[in-house]
Design a protein around this ligand. Structure first.
Ligand code: PMP
Length: 396
């Protein structure tokens, strides 16, 4: 498959707009829409609840989707728990772990609120939260990893959605393991953009949403939970489908993943996600990464020519993902985004649900262009030209 032409041909919206808001949600290829439609039109039934043929077919497709996702992150299918999104997955880690007063949780200043607030709230249970701070322009210096000492849980993202920095997640995981801490990874901005391997990461938990990099449907996400920690985790929710036995005096929880998935799951979403990760693997990560690195370099080079622009995140290309966050002197980020919108260019503006890092950078928000493999160099040039024009108008 040639990237980006063939992927663009598969996503009609790419010919109508310049879509640079992939960190918020990506566009959906036909392959995914068709998989979801097939479920609704041809074999709609509930899963694991009946012996009739529609239920059996739906159950089979649902299980296949789980296997696809497991393969996508190099896990076993019993370790893949379907949830609504990254936010739910991270909340389940915070709520499901058996913390004691005085336990230490370590996170970073670069996190999205979804990987900060669920752990921040643990302080109500006398858990101590330590933060590895970021240095301007939004990077994590290695000295900060010393804060992991004595931790029970370390949680961090692979890629910052706010400034595009790639965190030293491998090193963080190694220090966490040395300290005997469990390790949780927020892969919301990494999934679908870089290969994910829970063995290489050495993580106990990994969270991502189907609707971002994987190009899957909304409302479906994944919580990888390593087999060795499953017994220690509270499932948070109870109900149908998650138990082996129930009597008036007690209940016996089903093995993972079912014990962690009470209620009717998002069947169509899971099937769509299964098709989406298959599609991503077909494109191949080397192609995806090559295209996104090209677009990122072009953007950073282009923006660097404009004196009114400041961009954030790692200054090194190897640790700058396809998320470019910038401000323009004298301009509100929302106004810049609105002007870009009038030219058919969709970017995000604001604090990106990452207020701690915005505060560290002393900005109320930024303009953020975030890429996927279907974006093109010509689109980037178009955006940079509009930003140059805004700068000229400002100067004039
Ligand atoms: N973590 C990161 C790094 C993110 O970028 C996002 C979404 N912007 C989330 C968590 C939350 O994802 P969701 O809204 O799909 O739950």
């Amino acid at each position: 498959m040639r990237v980006p032409d063939e992927v663009r041909a598969d996503i009609p919206l790419t010919s109508k707009v310049v879509y640079f808001d992939n960190a918020a949600t990506s566009l959906t290829p036909r392959h995914v829409v068709e998989a979801v439609t097939r479920y609704y039109m041809e074999y709609r039934g509930n899963v694991h609840r009946g012996v009739h043929s529609l239920s059996e077919e739906a159950s089979r497709a649902f299980s296949e989707a789980r296997e696809n996702v497991a393969d996508f992150i190099n896990a076993s299918s019993e370790e893949v728990i379907f949830v609504a999104n990254t936010t739910e997955a991270l909340n389940r880690v915070a709520l499901g772990m058996a913390f004691h007063a005085g336990d230490i949780v370590v996170s970073t200043e670069l996190e999205h609120h979804s990987n900060f607030l669920p752990f921040f709230r643990l302080q109500d249970r006398d858990v101590t939260l330590k933060i590895m701070e970021a240095s301007p322009p939004g990077i994590l210096e290695e000295e900060e990893l010393g804060k992991i000492e004595g931790a029970h849980l370390v949680t961090c993202s692979i890629i910052s959605n706010a400034v595009g920095t790639v965190l030293p997640v491998q090193k963080i995981g190694a220090v966490a393991r040395k300290e005997g801490a469990l390790f949780c990874v927020d892969a919301a901005q990494a999934a679908g953009h870089v290969p994910l391997d829970v063995e290489k990461l050495g993580c106990d938990f990994l969270a991502f949403s189907g609707h971002k990099g994987p190009m899957g449907p909304t409302g479906i996400g994944v919580l990888f939970m390593r087999k060795s920690v499953q017994d220690q985790m509270d499932p948070c929710f109870l109900g149908g489908g998650a138990v082996r036995d129930v009597s008036l005096t007690g209940y016996d929880l089903a093995d993972a993943p079912y014990g962690f998935e009470p209620g009717t799951p998002n069947i169509a979403g899971a099937i769509g996600l299964g098709a989406a990760v298959e599609y991503i693997q077909e494109i191949g990560f080397s192609e995806i990464q090559r295209q996104e690195a090209l677009l990122t370099r072009l953007t950073l080079d282009g923006l660097s020519e404009i004196p009114e622009v400041t961009w954030y995140g790692s200054q090194e290309m190897e640790t700058h993902a396809g998320v470019v966050s910038f401000t323009m002197e004298g301009m509100n980020p929302h106004d810049v985004a609105s002007i870009l919108d009038t030219q058919g260019i969709m970017v995000r503006s604001g604090h990106h649900c990452a207020l701690p890092i915005m505060k560290k950078l002393h900005v109320p928000g930024t303009v953020r262009a975030s890429y996927h493999c279907y974006n093109t160099a010509q689109e980037v040039e178009q955006m940079v030209d509009v930003v140059k024009e805004i700068a000229r108008t400002l100067a004039g």
